[in-house]
Design a protein around this ligand. Structure first.
Ligand SMILES: [Zn+2]
Length: 332
């Protein structure tokens, strides 16, 4: 392994072993990986690291894409207008997504907009929404709903004439080979006083500490970097930003998925049977995230919201939540 790959991307300190053997326990991408940790800033890394050029094949071969039903997407996006929607998101822990911080009249870019739900919600909130998404199947969704979506990535300089009041990166930065380069490119697309909101798994969370190598957010090899509040703050400052807000949030669904994943891991190279710990997955080889989620929620919803919600909101306040949401802006 090249020496350069065993240094911390944040502070340059030599990494030390943390988890010796770990593999893709969701989608069965073959290969044994390791997690290494920086003794100085606590940043962790999936080893060996991937290059930008490795990503298209990895994602197209192993990452499942769920089918989108347009009517369901519309119904879901309309929920954002219901009275008490913000309280519901808080209680479910789904407010770990940056676009909910957008204000009416703003121009917002969501990088990694996936199914376009975020863009539809933004439109419902009176926001001018733009999206970037690598998955070419999203083109059809964008056209159906008449949304501004660039298929590709932010390095293509999408919407070249636009700058944005808010740029959101929800569960994106941990996937990219070079987070500092991503921050630099996004920086150029902000209005004066504009903000970037990032959300990513919390390498210091309670669930990470309790779950050992079974933490669902190791998610190797797709998750390359495992940030914590301290290490991300150093990165942001090095790249010329100041952190204006930090919060930890645990989506209740993540807790359910973590509980389901605590069984025996599948053999390296096999797609999840541990995610099949519930009969929500009739056919493990064909599962998709939404189906598992719906099955789990249906079974435990009467208990999940009061018990898991109460527990999660308590640990969120202590900074131990499973995802971090951070607002940054260019340092003056
Ligand atoms: Zn470090």
């Amino acid at each position: 392994m090249n020496q350069i790959y065993s240094k911390c991307i944040i502070c340059g300190t030599e990494l030390i072993p943390f988890i010796k053997e770990i593999w893709d326990d969701r989608y069965g991408c073959p290969g044994i990986f390791a997690i290494e940790r920086c003794p100085n800033c606590g940043q962790m890394a999936t080893i060996p690291r991937l290059q930008e050029s490795d990503l298209p094949e990895l994602y197209s071969k192993y990452y499942p894409r769920s089918k989108v039903v347009y009517e369901e997407l519309t119904v879901e996006a309309d929920r954002v207008k219901l009275p008490g929607a913000a309280q519901t998101r808080w209680w479910e822990g789904t407010d770990n997504q940056g676009h909910y911080l957008a204000k009416s009249g703003q121009k917002v870019l969501d990088i990694g907009c996936g199914s376009c739900l975020s863009l539809l919600e933004l439109r419902n909130l009176g926001v001018e929404a733009y999206g970037v998404e690598a998955d070419p199947s999203v083109q059809a969704i964008a056209e159906h709903f008449d949304l501004h979506v660039h298929i590709g990535n932010i390095h293509d300089n999408p919407f070249p004439d636009e700058v944005f009041d808010l740029i959101t990166l929800n569960q994106v930065i941990e996937h990219v080979p070079d987070p500092a380069a991503l921050l630099q490119i996004v920086k150029k697309r902000l209005t004066e006083g504009g903000q970037i909101v990032l959300s990513f798994p919390n390498g210091d969370s309670l669930q990470r500490k309790l779950s050992g190598s079974r933490w669902i957010n190791w998610h190797v090899p797709y998750h390359q970097h495992h940030f914590n509040r301290h290490s991300f703050t150093i990165l942001a400052e090095q790249e010329g930003f100041e952190v204006t807000r930090f919060r930890s949030v645990t989506p209740n669904l993540w807790t359910l998925l973590q509980m389901a994943a605590m069984g025996k891991p599948p053999i390296e190279g096999d797609a999840s049977s541990s995610w099949g710990a519930t009969d929500a997955i009739a056919s493990p080889s064909k599962w998709n995230f939404k189906r598992i989620a719906k099955g789990l929620l249906r079974r435990v919803r009467p208990l999940a919201n009061p018990l898991i919600g109460l527990n999660n909101r308590f640990f969120d306040v202590l900074g131990q939540g499973d995802s971090l949401i951070v607002v940054i802006q260019i340092k003056r």
